[in-house]
Design a protein around this ligand. Structure first.
Ligand code: SF4
Length: 397
């Protein structure tokens, strides 16, 4: 049964409450749901219902296509001047002996290891330290482009930029322009956490505010750069805080159209100051992906980080609105493993990623950062797979 038939069947269910029926009708008619309806879904909608709606939208937008890219991460430092309570990654300046702080040369050495690899993107993010300032990053971006002009630089979040631009006495627009000219191509979605001050002040009191985060993305979009947006969910926030977060992003997207993907990030409770807060279930993860897909009607993509939620949940998420499961990673990020994610050494070959996607009946598409198709793996058979599986037969003399 196709997704339209499933949605029609749901609409004809005499036991479906009126409020849920009205939301399902909106989805069928491609109408936007309201803030109140978003909260209502979190409070009352069951997983099966949400899956039908989210999958309908996902397949209307992308069919069976599931995107991934070949990237690697550079994390210039895990030392940070800030003190986010959920952070398992940063070693505050006073714990410096457990931290690392790279030089531009050190970052270039990592980059050069990928010279012979068909990667399309370097993803740069980490902590915030005074030494890694505007000149530091502009030098790194310039040297990267001089060394490998084809590599897309997706780097830093408004958390770093706000700090760097303030020190350099530049406006958000001037700072982004300066770094774009140095080679920056786009921005990842981190540092958004939960925008509402009621929650933000408790979990991330000293870093950039929601308004500053949103403004830096807006300035980047004005300069023609694309970016992503995240939401850290499943800790002390209430459902309406999540909807408020998505609403602010939806409004900025209406204005600029510069966001590509929305990425819900699950709160993990190991090695941080919030280890007393229980994690939410996989069911709640899937409900959250689905509601994000329904609410964020002007975002093209909903992304799940397989390294953070496990490979199996990533597979399941593909039926709940997700159409992108990020990249090959190659064990170059410590952000998820230090927070207690199932993947302690996150690395997947292209073949493994392709198989993961095919196992659940989806079409694996390798993309570049801007979602141009690099390779459609739907009908690609890998060499090892193509070999016939001969069984040893007894030899009869
Ligand atoms: S989440 Fe980011 S800004 Fe906050 S302490 Fe960790 S590294 Fe620093």
């Amino acid at each position: 049964m196709d997704t339209t038939a499933k949605l029609t069947l749901l609409l004809n269910d005499p036991d479906l409450p009126e409020a849920l029926k009205a939301i399902a009708e909106k989805v069928l008619n491609k109408e936007r749901i309201t803030f109140e309806e978003g909260v209502y879904l979190y409070q009352h909608a069951e997983l099966g219902y949400l899956g039908v709606l989210a999958n309908y939208i996902r397949e209307e937008k992308h069919g069976y296509k599931t995107f991934f890219n070949r990237n690697f991460h550079i994390e210039p430092t895990n030392v940070c001047v800030y003190d986010c309570k959920f952070c398992s990654y940063s070693r505050l300046i006073k714990q410096r002996e457990e931290g690392w702080e790279m030089s531009v040369d050190g970052m270039m050495d990592i980059l050069k290891k990928y010279d012979q690899e068909p990667v399309t993107e370097v993803h740069v993010t980490g902590g915030v330290v005074p030494k890694q300032n505007l000149e530091f990053y502009s030098e790194f971006f310039r040297r990267t482009k001089a060394h490998r002009p084809d590599l897309h630089i997706k780097a830093l979040t408004p958390v770093e930029y706000y700090y760097i631009f303030k020190k350099a006495k530049l406006s958000h627009y001037e700072g982004m322009k300066y770094l774009k000219e140095a080679g920056l191509d786009s921005m990842p979605g981190g540092g958004a956490e939960i925008f509402h001050p009621e929650v933000r002040e408790k979990i991330a009191h000293d870093k950039c505010t929601a308004e500053q985060w949103l403004d830096i993305h807006e300035q980047a979009h004005k300069l023609g750069m694309r970016s992503n947006a995240t939401m850290l969910y499943g800790h002390i926030e209430e459902f309406w805080h999540r909807v408020d977060h998505m609403e602010r992003l939806r409004q900025l997207q209406d204005k600029t159209g510069g966001f590509q993907a929305f990425i819900p990030l699950k709160f993990r409770n190991q090695n941080n100051q919030m280890d007393h807060v229980p994690e939410v279930s996989v069911i709640e993860d899937l409900r959250n992906y689905a509601i994000a897909r329904i609410y964020m009607d002007n975002f093209d993509h909903i992304k799940a980080y397989w390294a953070m939620i496990s490979r199996q949940t990533a597979q399941l998420s593909l039926n709940f609105g997700v159409d992108d499961i990020d990249g090959t990673l190659d064990d170059t990020t410590k952000i998820y493993s230090m927070a207690g994610a199932e993947e302690q050494t996150p690395a997947m070959s292209t073949q493994e990623l392709v198989q993961l996607i095919k196992q659940v009946g989806r079409a694996p598409i390798e993309r570049d950062t801007l979602y141009n198709v690099v390779t459609d793996y739907t009908d690609v058979v890998f060499e090892q797979e193509a070999k016939p599986q001969y069984y040893k037969l007894p030899v009869i003399n």
